[in-house]
Write a protein that binds this ligand. Structure first.
Ligand SMILES: [Zn+2]
Length: 257
């Protein structure tokens, strides 16, 4: 009896999650009204550098993400006035739940459930209206943290966690990473080889028809890097050198002229 009840509850939870994933997918990629995106900073290192950086975070700089996404949306045939709205939220004190690297499928499902509850609680703690997509940005002090964990963006739950450096010279790159994870929450896939980090040809190339092919000057957002030659890849330092390619536009259901 108890076993049946437990299975029924589990199926109910999975059913609700499946329905809400389906609904989220449709409602975030129909591009007929403005999509609200919140960027929520977290002080990961907890020292003067990260504290100072977060205190001086500029809402205007965060709006660069909105300007980039909206101008690319227009180029790909989205006609509404403001396809996305990206807002800087107040700092969040609680850190997101960590995912164990060897947790397996059940562990991942459990983590993603915890992540949903965390995201809801964290937004509530800011006292601001809930955005549809929540991107948590964990700022690290570059003096102590040379490499940061992988950032993630999940379509299931519409939530992302970005690891960023609390350094003014990195603000442009941080913004590009935030935009990359936002697009993951909308269903875009990576367009680079995870082993070598090489952009995939042709879908990960901003200008696959360029002659000569190298050097590529622009980065496709979901490739994350552009190819200087067949073995050298560079991360962009601002949106000036980034675009969203045709394959990514199709994945996030932009009409594409
Ligand atoms: Zn990615």
């Amino acid at each position: 009896m108890w076993r049946k009840v437990r299975i029924a509850i589990l199926l109910l939870i999975l059913g609700i999650a499946a329905y809400s994933n389906w609904y989220d997918r449709l409602s975030t990629t129909d591009w007929d009204e403005t999509l609200y995106i919140g960027v929520l900073p977290i002080d990961d290192s907890g020292n003067e550098v990260t504290r100072g950086y977060i205190e001086r975070l500029d809402a205007e700089k965060v709006r660069d993400i909105e300007r980039f996404l909206n101008s690319e949306a227009r180029r790909h045939g989205v006609t509404i006035d403001r396809p996305v709205r990206v807002e800087l939220y107040p700092e969040v004190m609680e850190k997101p739940p960590e995912r164990a690297s060897d947790s397996g499928m059940l562990g991942n499902m459990w983590w993603s459930l915890k992540m949903r509850f965390y995201a809801r609680r964290a937004v509530q703690s800011t006292g601001r209206p809930a955005p549809q997509i929540r991107i948590f940005v964990r700022y690290h002090d570059p003096t102590f943290t040379r490499t940061v964990p992988h950032s993630v963006g999940m379509q299931k739950g519409l939530v992302g966690v970005v690891h960023a450096f609390a350094d003014r010279s990195m603000t442009g790159t941080n913004n590009v990473v935030i935009a990359h994870e936002i697009l993951h929450t909308l269903g875009a896939t990576d367009k680079y080889d995870p082993e070598t980090l090489a952009p995939l040809f042709p879908i990960g190339y901003a200008e696959p028809e360029r002659e000569p092919l190298y050097p590529q000057l622009l980065t496709e957002l979901m490739a994350g890097r552009h190819a200087i030659d067949s073995r050298t890849f560079e991360v962009p330092s601002s949106f000036d050198d980034v675009l969203i390619g045709a394959a990514t536009a199709i994945e996030i259901r932009w009409p594409s002229p």
